[in-house]
Design a protein around this ligand. Structure first.
Ligand SMILES: *Cc1c(COP(=O)(O)O)cnc(C)c1O
Length: 359
């Protein structure tokens, strides 16, 4: 069976050495030494000023909204993983959707401006499949209307924009380090905070609002990463170059074999790729069903990322309709993409698609 993704497990002996260390010092959570070390190493590796590790990517989004005091309405994309929108709703913020650009699959800046009202306080774009949003246009709109920008950068680990980290755009960017992501800590996530004055507040918020034994200055929650997760991150980071290299090889083969046969997304020309996903866009829903069925029959399981379009969620009020996002979500498939996918397996996938496209 070939699934859309397969969790990468780094060297087991090395992980065991970290576990031995954790057992020896008895510190297993609450901002321990490995969390601190991973924060330091990640900040350097990613090229960012402030990084705070948290329990998952969803809590990273929630902490970001609370750090920036987001209230009222936030303009976001209907084409993402559900957590981008559900995290707004669970924090009392109303998602207002701006439809996507059909070529990049990212939120369309021109449609953002149409949705701004006096109730809008933030924009929450997503760098879908690691392809950078039009960050320059989005930041310009945000400045003009005095809005905060929180980038859901769950897919954008290690992506550079015009030579520097993409994560340095916006007020806060959030990452997910879930097991299915290209860099992971089993479960985990991070906030990249570009305003130094907000870092302390975010640190209180992830730890019940506590400053010290005498002072609780914020209304907080528990979103801490533990030492076993940080140890996994440290092991992953040692092997990340190899992971990215292998992913690039997979991407190169798909690209070479499928370009012209199916639609591929248009890459932001200023953005590097991290080879996290390989989405293909079929002609229509029928063609997508045909390809999916043929692959499934061979025990190959691509995923419909993202489906459903988030503007169709039952809890969205007022009702909204984003035609482009709905259409794309009906005809997109994300192909299996992970470092251990062999060339043989990959050509098996490609041939299955090619035969059906000709049929
Ligand atoms: C994975 C993901 C999240 C949620 O991250 P978790 O770590 O699973 O909570 C949020 N947004 C996007 C775009 C994601 O892909």
């Amino acid at each position: 069976m070939i699934n859309v993704t397969k969790t990468y497990l780094p060297n087991k002996k090395k992980y065991q050495k970290y576990v031995d260390e954790i057992y020896a010092n008895g510190w297993i959570t609450n901002n321990g030494p490995m969390v601190k070390e991973l924060e330091k190493r990640l900040a350097k590796y990613l090229g960012v000023q402030n990084i705070i590790l948290v329990s998952n990517g969803t809590s990273a989004l929630e902490i970001a909204y609370r750090t920036l005091d987001i209230k009222g309405f936030a303009i976001t994309t209907p084409f993402s993983f559900v957590a981008t929108t559900s995290s707004l709703v669970t924090n009392g913020i109303k998602p207002i959707f701006a439809d996507i650009d059909a070529k990049t699959l990212n939120i369309d800046p021109e449609k953002i401006e149409e949705q701004i009202t006096p109730n809008t306080s933030a924009i929450v774009p997503v760098h879908v499949f690691g392809n950078a949003c039009d960050v320059v246009a989005i930041d310009k709109i945000a400045k003009k209307h005095d809005l905060k920008v929180i980038y859901d950068a769950a897919h954008a680990f290690d992506v550079k924009f015009k030579g520097e980290s993409l994560l340095n755009y916006g007020d806060i960017s959030t990452l997910s380090f879930h097991a299915t992501k290209l860099f992971h800590t089993i479960e985990g996530g991070a906030l990249i905070i570009n305003d130094d004055t907000l870092v302390e507040k975010a640190r209180y918020l992830i730890n019940f609002g506590i400053e010290n034994a005498e002072s609780i200055p914020e209304l907080g929650t528990n979103a801490k990463m533990n030492e076993f997760e940080a140890a996994m991150g440290l092991c992953m980071l040692d092997e990340i170059e190899e992971v990215l290299e292998k992913r690039k090889n997979v991407d190169d083969i798909y690209h070479k074999e499928l370009v012209g046969l199916v639609s591929l997304t248009t890459q932001n020309p200023h953005s590097t790729k991290n080879y996290g996903y390989f989405p293909i866009i079929l002609k229509d829903e029928d063609e997508r069903l045909k390809i999916q069925k043929a692959l499934n029959e061979k025990q190959i399981f691509p995923r419909r990322y993202f489906y459903p379009s988030l503007d169709t969620l039952y809890y969205i009020e007022p009702k909204q309709k984003c035609e482009i996002s709905r259409t794309i979500s009906n005809k997109i498939l994300v192909l299996p993409m992970y470092p251990e996918l062999s060339e043989e397996e990959q050509y098996h996938i490609i041939e299955t698609i090619k035969i059906k496209m000709d049929a």
